[in-house]
Write a protein that binds this ligand. Structure first.
Ligand code: SF4
Ligand SMILES: [Zn+2]
Length: 465
């Protein structure tokens, strides 16, 4: 099953004259293409009313405002007042989400460098004053942008280097200062026009966003035509290919990054928290390292009448808010409609908060965490998780490969499961392995495996819609 995650286009100039005639249709096509959020960065106070109007008329749209260095306009008192007023009004309505785009453009030099630097400094101060993040534009001015951010500091709500195409050193510098980066259609270009491969080597998806930069930067195969947000999936695919990551990972993580950066409200689709068989279940992800032949995700949109297909993934804070006051006696279970340990830090953060309140925590997992987190995570379970239920479903590597179809090679995946079970035994009071009853695996073989591994065994009914 493929998760049907929605995307965020964090930089779309829908206020541009190019869209005057058909902007509503453009937003409609974006929605159909799976783009749930659109951030429109208007480039001068005079355009702010358009941004606000678009945001008011379309649930998907939010806006940002600043004086773009390529406008060639002086930042006089009227411009300052216009920007400040538009952003403050937009903030009051929950529609203005950033100061931007602003920055330095020494390619066009529509204004002298000194003047551009002064304007940039004013915007950084405005972001601080309004408690908003900042969207930064930079062309042929990397050193001056870095120097300015070093001296002025990144505003507390953060900043994003939009249309990022720097090298690994620039990327690392940005990441170390808490800056986000966002990639555009140039990830689909060839040769020198695309960002250098080195910038993807250490790419951290949690601080990476996607954008079309509509109407510019049209991705392959639409080059030469007007760009629009409906092409964002091509950018997502380009980033996935360049970074060697699965498309689901890119969609899930970049949308969460955009929501976190801009403070966008969630639209989960399915339940992130639900009650099932006397416990509270937490649905963190629909992604999984396996593709089990019997997986409930293949034939139902949920379990026990609860819709679990997510359109985006929740933060720890959102899950804790949805859980509310959990009775101490009640068990909270990280569920298996996807593999929760893919979101390991979030699992721990939630478990830590629940344990502080004296709650009980169970982790349902397929035991693949060492492969996805790059280390044995079982010592981190200590004190956070009371019970671990490892869905093994097969008595040996060959059957595991056949039934659970892990992404990693069969032997490696099987070894990871066994090591996870052994590690969990040392750090968690109760560990069981489970198998789905309806599958053609002899329960005796599973019991023998559990005995060999020194843990309990439970034959479970397949989850039913
Ligand atoms: S491990 Fe669980 S969520 Fe993943 S494919 Fe198997 S049954 Fe589905
Ligand atoms: Zn732009």
């Amino acid at each position: 099953m493929k998760p049907n995650y929605l995307l965020a286009d964090t930089h779309a100039h829908l206020e541009h004259d190019d869209f005057a005639a058909d902007v509503d249709a453009v937003v409609g096509r974006a929605r159909e293409a799976g783009v749930r959020y659109l951030v429109v960065p208007v480039c001068a106070a005079a355009d702010a009313a358009r941004g606000l109007d678009l945001a008011r008329r379309h649930e998907e749209v939010y806006f940002a405002a600043a004086l773009h260095p390529n406008c060639g306009l002086p930042l006089d008192a009227d411009e300052k007042a216009g920007l400040r007023e538009a952003l403050a009004r937009g903030q009051a309505e929950g529609l203005a989400v950033a100061v931007g785009e602003c920055g330095l453009d020494y390619h066009y030099l529509a204004l002298p460098r000194e003047q551009q630097l002064e304007i940039l400094r004013w915007h950084l101060a405005l972001a601080r004053e309004l408690d908003l993040p900042v969207i930064l534009h930079q062309r042929e001015a990397q050193e001056d942008l870095q120097r300015t951010l070093e001296t002025e500091g990144v505003p507390p709500r953060g900043g994003v280097l939009h249309c990022f195409s720097g090298d690994a050193a620039y990327y690392r510098w940005a990441r170390d200062r808490g800056l986000f980066v966002s990639f555009t259609g140039n990830v689909t270009f060839g040769g020198k026009a695309r960002p250098p491969a080195s910038s993807f080597a250490e790419l951290e998806l949690a601080t990476t966003m996607l954008e079309t930069d509509t109407p510019y930067m049209t991705p392959v195969p639409h080059r030469g035509t007007r760009n629009e947000p409906a092409y964002l999936p091509l950018v997502a695919a380009g980033v996935a290919a360049a970074a060697g990551r699965a498309g689901d990972d890119v969609a899930a993580e970049t949308t969460l990054a955009a929501r976190t950066f801009f403070g966008l409200p969630p639209d989960f689709g399915g339940a992130v928290v639900y009650r099932y068989r006397k416990a509270q279940y937490v649905n963190l992800t629909n992604r999984c390292t396996n593709d089990c032949s019997f997986c409930v995700r293949n034939f139902a949109a949920g379990v026990g009448g609860v819709e679990l297909r997510l359109r985006m993934e929740p933060t720890a804070a959102e899950v804790l808010a949805a859980l509310g006051e959990v009775a101490a006696a009640e068990e909270v279970v990280f569920c298996g409609y996807g593999e929760p340990t893919l979101r390991w830090e979030v699992v721990k953060e939630i478990a830590r908060a629940l344990k502080r309140r004296g709650g009980r925590v169970r982790l349902n997992t397929n035991g693949s965490a060492a492969l996805t987190q790059g280390r044995d995570v079982t010592p981190e379970l200590a004190g956070l998780v009371d019970r671990v239920s490892v869905s093994v479903n097969a008595p040996d590597a060959a059957a595991y490969q056949r039934l659970c179809r892990p992404g990693a090679p069969g032997e490696e995946a099987w070894r990871a499961v066994e090591e996870f079970v052994q590690g969990a035994r040392r750090h968690v009071p109760e560990v069981v392995v489970t198998a789905v009853a309806e599958e053609a695996v002899a329960p005796e073989a599973m019991e023998a495996l559990a005995r060999r591994w020194g843990v309990g065994f439970r034959l479970r009914r397949a989850a039913r819609p």
